[in-house]
Design a protein around this ligand. Structure first.
Ligand code: CMC
Length: 433
């Protein structure tokens, strides 16, 4: 719905453009810049897309200045306290909280799609034992497209739903298989009597030679972490899924593109990098030295788990995870308590430092999440895979929203060309080099 217009005039040519301004339900309005090119022959320039809304979406809302995160309108704090990961999945996918029967049907469907085709399971044997689990996860998710391609019509809502349930169900099985392959242990099959997170822990930690009991404290902690990571509007990996999906590509391949984008340390790879950094810092005495390095523009060192493109305030998810650390590390008797103490002190010191204060750099979701994964016994190289498992529902929800939008177009950004002007081809014998 257009409520107002923005008028722009070029003082040199006197040309004018009238741009439509679209309001959101909450949050900033957006200016439709399509008229700009017609009037002035110019594009907008926004490297890193910091000020560009690439789509409209009904799924997630963030107010970065106030530190607010809503999924389908519900505050993350309420979902974290009262909901479950399966319920949040349903909410993100369908737009509304489920009734009891709807939730039961959804859970049953997810439970019955958890197995992998045996041929797909054998793919893991092609990887070296020390392959990074994110590499294996991305490759195996992409390989799902080979199993479900001809049969998948992305324009059929029912087939889209089957795809959504399949990938949400299978991603923990893939993650666990990547973990087991790294250890050289046999793959463990899913169990239908377990809930989503208990089943993931079972596939991770059970071995055929002895019984394994899932610790309900661990399953609950994982469920909460998954709620907190389920979606985060148009972040780099979600935008990657949208861009890849906008070509009409097989959706499993689009999700695999999202897994790859998530891997980088500026995005989902930060959880692994935070623990490495905390170990590198070692003790509170070393904090000033590392803060100086983080401030030094000639050094590549950044305070991992700090800063966010959108949040210029506390990331509400970081607050919840920090509170969770106290209880989970206590209950699970983790050896990570000294690292948690160090993280708390690092946060305290950084939040008083002028550099971090003036740039509004606060702890983000990844600052404390690795400490919990580690307390659950999940190895560091698997942290980002855990993030991918939780974020799959977000990727799928955005992909489905985009595909079902009749106004969908292929994603195709433009550029400011800064290369050579037109020139004529020079025969190799005549070239000076
Ligand atoms: N340590 C030191 N300086 C920083 C940091 C940091 N972690 N983050 C930002 N800055 C500085 C940056 O150098 C710049 O300074 P100046 O204005 O003097 O040039 C200023 O703060 C603004 O930063 P930016 O790089 O322009 O911000 P961005 O929006 O492009 O990047 C970010 C956001 C998350 C990539 C960045 O803050 C960062 O690299 N953080 C560390 C990695 C991290 O924790 N990533 C997880 C993000 S949350 C979960 C997820 O998305 O998956």
């Amino acid at each position: 719905m257009t409520q107002s217009k923005l008028e722009l005039a070029d003082p040199v040519s006197g040309k004018k453009a009238e741009l439509a301004v679209h309001p959101g339900t909450i949050g900033p309005s957006v200016v439709d810049i399509s008229g700009l090119n017609k009037a002035f022959g110019a594009f907008t320039y926004d490297p890193g897309y910091g000020f560009t809304a690439a789509c409209d979406s009904k799924i997630t809302y963030i107010d970065g200045d106030a530190g607010v995160l809503l999924h389908r309108g519900y505050p993350i704090e309420q979902l974290a306290e009262k909901s479950s990961f399966m319920e949040v999945c349903y909410l993100l996918l369908n737009g509304e909280l489920p009734g009891k029967a709807e939730l039961d049907t959804f859970k049953t469907s997810i439970t019955h799609h958890t197995m992998l085709n045996e041929s797909l399971l054998r793919f893991f044997n092609g990887f070296h034992h020390n392959a990074h689990p994110m590499a294996m996860t991305s490759a195996v998710v992409a390989s799902l497209s080979a199993f479900y391609h001809d049969s998948l019509n992305i324009h059929d809502p029912q087939q889209r739903e089957v795809f959504a349930h399949r990938i949400i169900a299978k991603i923990p099985t893939i993650a666990a298989a990547a973990h087991k392959h790294s250890l050289g242990q046999p793959f463990i099959y899913p169990r239908n009597d377990l809930d989503y997170c208990s089943n993931l822990l079972h596939m991770f930690f059970s071995v055929p030679c002895e019984p394994y009991e899932v610790d309900p404290v661990a399953a609950k902690a994982l469920d909460l972490l998954f709620i907190l990571h389920a979606d985060h509007e148009q972040n780099a990996s979600t935008s990657t899924v949208r861009l890849a999906g906008s070509t009409g590509a097989n959706p499993y391949a689009a999700i695999s593109a999202g897994v790859s984008a998530l891997w980088g340390p500026a995005h989902g790879g930060a959880n692994e990098a935070v623990l490495n950094m905390l170990e590198q810092i070692g003790s509170v005495q070393n904090v000033p030295k590392y803060l100086d390095m983080a401030k030094d523009k000639s050094s590549h060192f950044r305070l991992m788990g700090f800063g966010h493109r959108v949040y210029k305030n506390f990331d509400p998810r970081a607050k919840i995870i920090r509170a969770m650390c106290y209880t989970v590390l206590e209950k699970l008797g983790s050896t990570n308590k000294p690292l948690f103490e160090l993280a708390l002190r690092l946060e305290e010191i950084a939040l008083k430092d002028e550099y971090f204060v003036s740039r509004k750099l606060y702890p983000n979701v990844d600052f404390y999440s690795g400490l919990i994964y580690s307390a659950l016994g999940i190895p560091r190289s698997m942290f980002t895979v855990m993030f991918a498992v939780a974020r799959t529902v977000g990727w799928v929800s955005h992909w489905a929203e985009m595909i079902s939008d009749p106004a969908m177009r292929i994603g195709r950004p433009r550029q400011l060309y800064t290369g050579s002007p037109r020139r004529d081809y020079v025969e190799i014998a005549q070239r000076s080099r």
